[in-house]
Write a protein that binds this ligand. Structure first.
Ligand code: DC
Length: 212
């Protein structure tokens, strides 16, 4: 079974993806990490984030061993990822890696922006996670502070809104719900509540009881 989770920055889809993978015994891929790794590789080698040739080369040399690097979690890496991910050739190069991950048994949970629309259009269950931008900014600020990073909530909110704008309006694979995705608004849900709501959706789909 393939579970596709999409949604905007800091909507909680990463945590949800991880928890669902644990629950079902599936593998989990946070696809944002891939674009963050490409952005960090460019920043480390001193290239401009809009340098297409360098970005494509970095995408081709992607090393999954770097996915655990804490530097990938930073605000700067996220902002950089939003820029490199708008380059169509970069996205193209990264499609196979994601599809192969999804295809390996016993099942997989992938979260990102275009999983239900482009990477796994035939996913068994698609969930589109949304949350109020102010709630997302608050959560991201708390996470950054917990990592010991300085974070100003107003700046984080501005970054989130800029990222939403860029991710939703790029010409290739923009952030949008697939026509057959289930919407999960977790503005007022804690982590456990979000996980329960997602499992309810998945179980209803598996039992052939499509929800409205
Ligand atoms: O989910 P995240 O914050 O780690 O993602 C960082 C950026 O990467 C996001 O702003 C857009 C891009 N991204 C993408 O274009 N497609 C994906 N499947 C995942 C992330």
């Amino acid at each position: 079974m393939i579970i596709a989770i999409d949604g905007p920055a800091a909507s909680g889809k990463g945590t949800l993806g991880k928890r669902l993978a644990q629950h079902y015994g599936y593998r989990h891929l946070d696809t944002g990490v891939i674009y963050r790794a490409v952005a960090c590789a460019l920043m480390q080698s001193g290239h401009d984030l809009r340098d297409e040739a360098a970005a494509v080369a970095a995408a081709m040399e992607l090393d999954p061993a770097t996915f655990g690097d804490p530097a990938l979690k930073s605000q700067k890496a996220g902002e950089g990822a939003s820029i490199v991910s708008a380059i169509p050739r970069v996205r193209e190069v990264l499609v196979d890696f994601q599809r192969q991950f999804a295809a390996n048994p016993p099942g997989a949970v992938l979260d990102g922006r275009d999983i239900g629309t482009v990477i796994c259009p035939d996913a068994d269950v698609k969930i589109f996670v949304v949350a109020d931008p102010r709630v997302r900014a608050h959560r991201r600020t708390m996470e950054a502070k917990a990592r010991g990073e300085a974070a100003d909530e107003a700046v984080v909110l501005a970054d989130i809104l800029a990222r939403d704008e860029r991710d939703q309006n790029r010409p290739v694979a923009p952030l949008k719900p697939a026509a057959d995705a289930y919407l999960l608004d977790n503005s007022r849900l804690d982590i456990e509540g979000g996980v329960r709501a997602a499992i309810d959706i998945i179980e209803a789909v598996r039992a052939g009881r499509p929800r409205g």
